[in-house]
Design a protein around this ligand. Sequence first.
Ligand code: ZN
Length: 152
Amino acid sequence: MSLSDDLYRETILDHYHQPRNHGTIETPTAQIEGVNPLCGDELTLYLKVSDQGKIDDVKLTAHGCSINTASGSMMSEAVLGQSVERAREIIESFKEMMLTKGETAELEGDLEDLEALRGVKKYPVRIKCALLPWNTLLEGLDTVNGARENNT
Ligand code: ZN
């Protein structure tokens, strides 16, 4: 076990025990449920997106395993305050890291924390746990886009 493995595990446990942006939004722009039947993970994601396409607020309630909860918590931190376009890029980078066999470029800057989840790749069954919040967010952003197009 290397030092970085320890650090990564600590980061995951920290987010699991104190999930960031936990809760609900009263009048969300989008509210999406995500389920991973393989593990029993369930979450509800709430999004508040401004007319300018900025993610003003993101909240989630998760009933899942530690990987699922930690991943959702880290995701909420990564996309809060970002534009929808940037959020899509972040989702893409994360999914690339988790789904590419072999090495991918390290996530840097404000995405550095997400590196903690890279180790999950060693456990293929848990990859779905880590991806669930991100796929749910993607669905949410599509919903928001659809709603905005209908308004114009
Ligand atoms: Zn799980």
